[in-house]
Design a protein around this ligand. Structure first.
Ligand SMILES: NC(=O)c1ccc[n+]([C@@H]2O[C@H](COP(=O)([O-])OP(=O)(O)OC[C@H]3O[C@@H](n4cnc5c(N)ncnc54)[C@H](OP(=O)(O)O)[C@@H]3O)[C@@H](O)[C@H]2O)c1
Length: 303
């Protein structure tokens, strides 16, 4: 019988692509979701409600692997105190809920794999290439990722192999952060943001999903792994490449940092700052990037 993978957030941008990849590799997939969804031949949906501490326990009892992707959009609303709490709770609480089901039923898993973000290294621009050993930052994103990752400790305490995927900006078709940029760049209005010197660690969605698949199959994988290409892509390089895909050179002036801060508040840090990250650890685990150059990665996303 095929192994079952339970995805939280499986209906999102990354979850949809990962579901397709897992199914194509012979896994059966279940998804925990807040909304009623039409059952399909390949996917079983289970309901949960984090706020009410409700989870359909059958989802966890059936699972061989759990991949935790669920979480409120980090960049979808301004970071008020209420929003910050929602961002953290929607990542931490699901892990606690899953843990309680595993513990109560004395149930184990082949592995628990959780998303995290390269934002753990902090919202500032630096030439340093962050490895998984680089300390976490104290700013909001750093602290959020730290809490998110620390929450997996209870699962690990059950003796379950636990892997964390510290993800960079994910490039994909019709979704993710490119979805927000395409309408602007497509019509010639693309521009560099702030100084343009902030690094943008990126990864193509196919590569990210392959990393999750590797985390399922490679039993030697444990702990945190950066999932982003190690290159020198800054906001200026990224913006020029994206404009170039649409056949023009950027002609508009840079968008000043204070304008971004005025519109987005503290959240603007995501756009105005960025660091380089090392992919050596995941490559040493056997992963080979299909897309390690920005332009071809953008081209496949936008064709
Ligand atoms: N995309 C990126 O560039 C990127 C970069 C770094 C890290 N990540 C992380 O990777 C994970 C997946 O990213 P994504 O881009 O696929 O996100 P997404 O498209 O926004 O999907 C997230 C999913 O989480 C579920 N969700 C949202 N709020 C929830 C809540 N309050 N309680 C329970 N479930 C909730 C939703 O599923 P239902 O509506 O079905 O319940 C949603 O489909 C996220 O944790 C994200 O922070 C993404």
């Amino acid at each position: 019988m095929s192994k079952n993978v339970l995805l939280t957030g499986g209906s999102g941008f990354i979850g949809k692509e990962l579901t397709a990849l897992l199914i194509s590799h012979g896994y059966s997939v279940s998804i925990l979701t807040r909304t009623e969804r039409k059952p399909s031949k390949d996917i079983t949906y289970y309901k949960w409600n984090i706020e009410n501490n409700y989870i359909d326990e059958a989802s966890v009892l059936k699972a061989d692997y759990i991949i935790h992707l669920a979480g409120e959009g980090i960049a979808s609303k301004k970071w008020t105190d209420k929003r910050k709490k929602e961002i953290i709770d929607s990542r931490e609480k699901p892990i606690e809920l899953i843990y309680s089901v595993l513990k109560k039923n004395n149930k184990s898993l082949d592995a628990f794999i959780s998303a995290s973000a390269v934002g753990i290294y902090g919202a500032f621009t630096s030439e340093t290439i962050c490895t998984e050993e680089t300390p976490a930052a104290n700013d909001f994103l750093g602290a959020t990722c730290q809490k998110w990752e620390a929450a997996t400790g209870c699962i690990k305490s059950l003796g379950i192999r636990t892997v964390i995927i510290r993800t960079g900006l994910v490039l994909g078709k019709d979704d993710g952060f490119l979805k927000k940029l395409v309408p602007i760049f497509k019509y010639g209005f693309g521009s560099i943001v702030g100084t343009g010197k902030q690094y943008m660690p990126w990864i193509h969605i196919d590569d990210l999903c392959s990393i999750y698949l590797l985390a399922v199959t490679n039993t030697n994988m444990n702990g945190a792994y950066n999932a982003a290409v190690t290159d020198d892509t800054t906001n200026a390089i990224f913006s020029k490449a994206l404009a170039n895909v649409y056949g023009y050179f950027i002609w508009l002036p840079k968008i000043p940092a204070f304008v971004v801060r005025l519109i987005t508040g503290e959240m603007g840090k995501i756009i105005l700052t960025g660091q380089r990250v090392s992919s050596r650890k995941i490559e040493n685990a056997g992963f080979k990037f299909k897309y390690s150059n920005l332009k071809p990665a953008l081209l496949v996303c936008l064709k």
